[in-house]
Design a protein around this ligand. Structure first.
Ligand SMILES: [Zn+2]
Ligand SMILES: [Zn+2]
Length: 178
């Protein structure tokens, strides 16, 4: 699995993927390009927030580095953003949270359920149907315990495909070129 990020607009659409060199299963470096994009979309008044993936299967907590970064960006912009974290392993259920310093309304969809306070941040688990970018984020993060093609569990941890799809040369090539 490799951590991946994405900027989301106020309509819930993807603005830009963040897939910098040097990202891994344990870290997602920020970059001057990411900051430029955040600033540009903020100025255009279309930015809602930033999502990134973590390894693991359950609800993800932000790391200390995450909350430090979130705070620095919010302070620079003078406003709060939505900071989602998507677990990139395991099933899609119970794996999508949002971190915020300002409480969220319960009328949002997916519905946020407060589950933790972490480094001074509220963490909400998102329930209900997930936006389509969640699935693409997991895909781009190279989820490795389920077949990328059909969603069945894989025979060995780390394999991107089930035994059936592993035989598909074209699929494997597309995966390696991601
Ligand atoms: Zn993180
Ligand atoms: Zn499969």
């Amino acid at each position: 699995m490799i951590e991946t990020g994405v900027l989301i607009d106020i309509y819930g659409n993807v603005l830009a993927w963040h897939e910098p060199d040097g990202r891994s299963g344990g870290s997602l470096p920020d970059s001057p390009r990411l900051w430029d994009l955040i600033w540009r979309y903020h100025e255009a008044k279309v930015l809602l927030g930033f999502a990134h993936s973590h390894p693991g299967t359950g609800p993800c907590m932000p790391s200390r580095e995450d909350t430090t970064t979130f705070e620095a960006i919010e302070n620079a912009l003078g406003r709060s953003l939505h900071w989602w974290i998507v677990a990139a392993d395991g099933g899609p259920i119970a794996s999508f949270v949002i971190c915020t310093r300002t409480p969220i309304g319960v009328d949002e969809n997916p519905m946020p359920l407060p589950i933790a306070q972490h480094n001074g941040w509220m963490v909400y688990q998102m329930l209900g149907s997930f936006p389509s970018w969640v699935y693409e984020l997991r895909h781009r993060s190279k989820v490795t315990d389920r077949c990328t093609a059909c969603g069945k569990p894989v025979p060995t941890q780390g394999a991107p495909f089930c035994s059936e799809h592993l035989k598909d040369q074209a699929l494997r090539q597309a995966w390696e070129e991601l």
